[in-house]
Design a protein around this ligand. Structure first.
Ligand code: GLC
Length: 582
């Protein structure tokens, strides 16, 4: 959850999660219960930027329909769609004004039905974003709620009457220099908005509100969708006595803002009312503040959610880089903590992050393809359900916008104004924004080398990355060694090795190697060895001596790496990735 703020909050300190030590030996209990959502490979489609069918410069549902064969060809079997509901678009659809309708920019309900059918006809499942920590201030509930103190919808939101003085300060995550309490003169009261002022927080303590949300979920589940991604849900449960937070809480705001109150009660109720009645998967954005929190959200016997995204891994990368030792430690620790119960997602990028290859790999043209393939190999060979963001299969890179006029993301624009007002260091701010902005991953999908990368015949809502002339799907289709075709081979490898790659035990090797990430996945005597060089130079891995010649299954170089005679040392080229059968 903290992760969405990386684009904004350079000065905040990360919450440290309690550790359990690296890659302890464990019983492989995960294989005991096979589930489709554990075996899913989720491809995230950002509808606004995927494909525009009507020339208004905004991606839409018909555009996605026209690309379903492409999505199918990747080998993924599940799509997560960012919000497509009616919205005034203060936060690109994360401010919903009608949960049962489709955003005009994106099309109609008939388009949605056709999209869902098109996916199901191809064996692809659809997971929808559920944005219910907040609604739009243009939602009918909020319009009613603000109209008078006695309106039946008043308690759908959090209000603080002004005669009680100013409410205890919380800052808005999307306008970090402003109070999250917004004064509304109409009823002389403040409403709470953890995100933008156009995203008032819903009051989950109100059973009527909860029941409205469950009905909305049923509406979509009855249509046949296959899952929900619970957006920012940990913020839904608040301490509604609204205590004053201690000095300095900003640095660890998450401990105060999220996972308070009756979160687990709400999720158990949601499970009972909705999730248990359908074959749908559920995934939470954020995994709490500790392993205990994460287990409480996802352990099967608790009947809450199926899985969560933990942000500790994705938060490692900073504009100045990251340490592979730290990266290995974090992913090993999380794997270890979930080896016997619970289930996690594996991801390194999404619509709230800079581009995968620019952030975790190397987007220098010399290394871009190699490092993009290497990172894909990591994500597809770890335990957990992989989530892959559209365009990363091509190795699309950061937008590198240098003018504030090119940015569209509201938190960036808010902060820009603030820095200007206080006479801040604008150069520093722009440099930071270039590396971290969410707009980096929101530029149009690069389909081909025609105008606007084949995304739209109109003017795109956000600039196309000029490198589309060389980085695009059409060119990569033709090249057997492209990122795109490597991604497809990788997914075939995963599909052919479900027991070991999805459920198998994970063991870290060569732990202190600062350049190479080496691990074994193992199930019922089957073993796969994964070797990943995270550096731009040759690097050697030292492995336990093996008894026979490992069989190469996949590598991102034409000349795969060679073991020495004892099969215990191997030199990997820059960003080399290789998967062996042992
Ligand atoms: C989540 C979404 C992000 C959105 C925020 C507020 O973090 O991923 O895009 O801005 O919630 O809804």
């Amino acid at each position: 959850m903290r992760s969405i703020l990386n684009c904004l909050l350079p000065f905040l300190v990360l919450t440290v999660l309690p550790g359990t030590g690296i890659a302890q030996e464990n019983h492989n209990a995960q294989q005991d219960e096979r589930k489709w959502w554990k075996e899913a490979v989720v491809y995230q489609v950002y509808p606004r930027s995927f494909k525009d069918s009507d020339g208004d410069g905004i991606g839409d549902l018909k555009g996605i329909i026209s690309k379903l064969d492409y999505i199918k060809s990747l080998g993924v079997n599940t799509v997560w769609l960012n919000p497509i509901y009616s919205s005034p678009n203060d936060d690109n659809g994360y401010d919903v004004s009608d949960y049962r309708n489709i955003m005009k920019d994106f099309g109609t309900m008939a388009d949605f039905d056709a999209l869902l059918k098109g996916m199901h006809d191809r064996g692809i499942k659809l997971v929808m974003d559920l944005v219910v920590n907040h609604s739009s201030d243009e939602h009918e509930w909020f319009k009613q709620s603000r109209s008078s103190r006695s309106n039946p919808y008043r308690n759908y939101y959090h209000w603080w009457n002004a005669e009680n003085g100013k409410p205890p300060y919380r800052y808005s995550l999307f306008d970090i220099n402003h109070d999250a309490w917004m004064y509304d003169s109409l009823t002389n009261a403040y409403y709470l908005h953890y995100f933008s002022r156009k995203q008032p927080d819903l009051n989950w303590e109100n059973p009527k509100l909860r029941s409205e949300v469950y009905n909305i979920m049923k509406f979509w589940a009855d249509k046949g969708i296959d899952g929900f991604r619970l957006d920012a849900f940990q913020f839904a449960a608040k301490d509604t006595t609204f205590p004053a937070f201690p000095k300095g809480f900003e640095k660890n705001f998450i401990l105060y803002y999220a996972m308070q109150g009756n979160l687990h009660g709400y999720l158990q109720e949601m499970h009972q009312e909705v999730l248990s009645k359908y074959d749908v998967m559920s995934v939470a954005e954020g995994a709490g503040n500790s392993f205990e929190d994460a287990h409480n959200l996802v352990d099967a016997d608790r009947h809450e959610l199926n899985m969560a995204y933990a942000f500790e891994g994705v938060d490692i990368a900073k504009p100045q880089g990251y340490s592979l030792l730290h990266f290995k430690e974090v992913f090993s620790r999380w794997d270890s903590a979930f080896a016997n119960a619970g289930w996690l997602s594996i991801f390194l990028a999404n619509h709230d992050q800079a581009r995968l290859v620019s952030r975790f790999g190397n987007d220098d043209p010399k290394f871009r393809e190699g490092s993009a393939k290497m990172l894909a190999t990591f994500i597809m060979t770890m335990r957990g359900t992989p989530y892959y963001y559209n365009g990363d299969e091509l190795g699309m890179t950061n937008a590198n916008f240098s003018s504030i006029n090119d940015y569209r993301d509201m938190p960036v624009l808010n902060e820009y104004k603030h820095q200007e007002n206080i006479g801040g260091d604008m150069e520093k701010f722009m440099k930071f924004t270039k590396a971290t902005s969410r707009d980096n991953s929101r530029t149009p999908f690069q389909w081909d080398n025609t105008k606007n990368a084949g995304f739209s015949v109109g003017t795109p809502w956000i600039k196309v990355n000029p490198n589309y002339t060389s980085i695009n799907a059409a060119a990569q289709e033709k090249d057997p060694n492209s990122c795109l075709n490597y991604f497809r081979s990788l997914l075939k490898l995963r599909a052919a090795n479900i027991p070991v790659l999805v459920y198998g035990k994970y063991t870290l090797l060569d732990k202190n190697n600062p350049h190479v990430y080496a691990y074994v996945r193992e199930n019922s005597g089957e073993k796969l060895l994964v070797l990943l060089n995270f550096s731009a130079s040759n690097a050697q891995a030292v492995l336990p001596r093996m008894t026979g010649r490992p069989e190469l299954l996949l590598s991102n170089y034409k000349q795969p790496p060679q073991f020495d005679k004892t099969y215990s040392k191997i030199t990997l080229k820059a960003y080399e990735a290789a998967v062996f059968k042992l």
